[in-house]
Design a protein around this ligand. Structure first.
Ligand code: PRP
Ligand code: URA
Length: 365
C-alpha cells in the first residue's frame, strides 16, 4: 500500500517512528516532511500536501501528525476526497475504517506513546471498510463534495476543472434524461463540447500584432501559431469533435479506438492514428464518459508512447473513480469535465450518469 505521511515539528519524532512501522507492514512511503524538529513550521503546509496526494489517488492512504492532531484534522478534512480521522486509541482507529472508510489517519504526536501509535496504525491499515449501511452514508458525503466542487484546482499541475457554467449545466441536464432523442442528444453533445472550448483553450498563448481599423492603426492580440490536435476516443468521443472544430478549425484530428470489455471493464485497443507531428502539438483527448478511467488512461498511454507530451483530457461526465485513476497514472494531465458524478454502479456505469454514451449518440441500443 502507498502511504503518504507528513507532520509539523511537533509530530516529527512520532512520524519517524511510524515510518519504521510502515516499512515493517510492507507499505511504500511518500514522506512530505517536515524533516526535523527545528525550526517550528506550519502544519497546513504539510497537511495539504498529504491530503492532496490521497485525494488525487497518488497515495492510497495518508497519515498526518501534529502536536494534538487537531490542526492536521481540520486541514485534511478541507480537501474533497479526504476522509480524515483523528484517532488516539485503537477503537476509534478501527471504527474510522469500518464505518467511515477513513483514508487519512491523524495522530497527536504529544498525546501518543510509540507503542500506542504502532497499534493504532496497524489496526487502521488492516481494517477494511464494512460497507452495508455505511455505504449510503459515505456516498452522501461524496455527493455533497461533488455538488460543492465547481473549480477544484489540484496542486502540482494536477487539476480537475469542473465547468459549471449555467448553459453547460442546463444542457447536461437534458442529455442525462433517458427520454432525450438520439438527434437531440447528438446536437447537445456537440454544443456542450463547443462551450467547453472557451475553458480548455484558456492557456493558449497570444502574441501582439498590428491591424488597421477604419479609424487608425492599433495593436491586437492573436494566437501565437499554436499547433493543436484533438483526439476522440471511439466511438463516443466522435460526438464531441464537430463542436470543438467549429471553434478551432485548424486543429488536426487523431483517432483512438478503444472499447471496454463488458466483463473485465478493461479497455481493449483496436485503432490508433495520430497526426505525424503529435509531439509538437497541444493535445485534447475527447471522451464524454470518464468512468473507471481505464479507457482515458490507456489513450493517454498510447499518445505518450507516440511522443505526445502536452495532453489534456476533456470529458462531459466523470466519476471520482476515473478521475483518481487518471490522476494516479498521469498526474500532470488536466481533466476538464462538465460534471463530477457520485460513483460507479456494479456494472461500471456512472451514477447518475447518462447511460451508454456511444449507444445514445449512435442509436445502437
Ligand atoms: C465508453 C465511453 C468511454 C468508456 C469509459 O466507451 O465512451 O470510452 O466507455 O469507460 P471507462 O472509463 O470505464 O474506461 P465504450 O467502451 O462503451 O465504447 P463505445 O464508445 O464504442 O460504445
Ligand atoms: N461508458 C458509458 O458510456 N457510460 C458509463 O456510464 C460508463 C462507461
Amino acid at each position: 500500500m502507498r502511504v503518504a505521511i507528513g507532520s509539523d515539528h511537533a509530530g516529527f519524532a512520532l512520524k519517524e517512528k511510524i515510518k519504521g512501522f510502515l516499512l515493517e507492514f510492507g507499505c511504500e512511503i511518500h514522506d512530505f516532511g517536515t524533516h526535523s524538529e527545528e525550526p517550528s513550521v506550519d502544519y497546513p503546509d504539510y497537511g495539504f500536501k498529504v491530503g492532496e496526494s490521497v485525494a488525487s489517488g497518488q497515495s492510497e492512504r495518508g497519515i498526518l501528525i501534529c502536536g494534538s492532531g487537531i490542526g492536521m484534522s481540520i486541514v485534511a478534512n478541507k480537501i474533497p476526497g479526504v476522509y480524515g480521522a483523528l484517532c488516539n486509541d485503537p477503537t476509534t482507529a478501527r471504527l474510522s475504517r469500518l464505518h467511515n472508510n477513513s483514508n487519512v489517519l491523524i495522530l497527536g504526536g504529544r498525546i501518543l506513546h510509540e507503542e500506542a501509535a504502532r497499534e493504532i496504525v496497524k489496526i487502521w491499515l488492516e481494517t477494511p471498510f464494512e460497507g452495508g449501511r455505511h455505504v449510503a452514508r459515505f456516498k452522501k458525503i461524496e455527493s455533497y463534495e461533488s455538488q460543492m466542487a465547481t473549480f477544484t484546482p489540484r496542486p502540482n499541475g494536477n487539476p480537475l476543472i469542473i465547468l459549471d457554467h449555467p448553459l453547460i449545466q442546463h444542457k447536461v441536464g437534458i442529455i442525462r434524461d433517458k427520454n432525450t432523442s438520439v438527434k437531440e442528444f447528438r446536437e447537445l453533445v456537440q454544443e456542450i463540447a463547443g462551450l467547453m472550448v472557451y475553458e480548455i483553450t484558456r492557456a493558449l498563448s497570444l502574441e501582439e500584432t498590428e491591424v488597421e481599423t477604419p479609424i487608425n492603426r492599433t495593436k491586437v492580440l492573436t494566437l501565437s501559431g499554436k499547433k493543436l490536435a484533438i483526439v476522440p476516443i471511439l466511438r463516443a468521443g466522435l460526438g464531441m469533435v464537430e463542436g470543438i472544430l467549429r471553434l478551432i478549425p485548424n486543429a488536426k484530428v487523431g483517432h483512438i479506438g478503444l472499447y471496454r470489455d463488458p466483463e473485465t471493464l478493461l479497455p481493449v485497443e483496436y485503432y490508433c492514428k495520430l497526426p505525424g507531428d503529435i509531439e509538437e502539438r497541444d493535445i485534447f483527448i475527447l471522451d464524454p464518459m470518464l468512468a473507471t478511467g481505464g479507457s482515458s488512461a490507456a489513450a493517454i498511454d498510447l499518445i505518450k508512447k507516440r511522443g505526445g507530451r502536452k495532453i489534456t483530457l476533456v470529458c462531459l461526465i466523470s466519476a471520482p473513480e476515473g478521475v483518481a485513476l487518471v490522476h494516479r497514472n498521469h498526474p500532470e494531465v488536466p481533466i476538464f469535465t462538465a460534471a463530477l458524478d457520485s460513483h460507479l454502479n456494479d456494472h461500471g456505469y456512472i451514477v447518475p450518469g447518462l447511460g451508454d454514451a456511444g449507444d445514445r449518440l449512435f442509436g445502437t441500443k
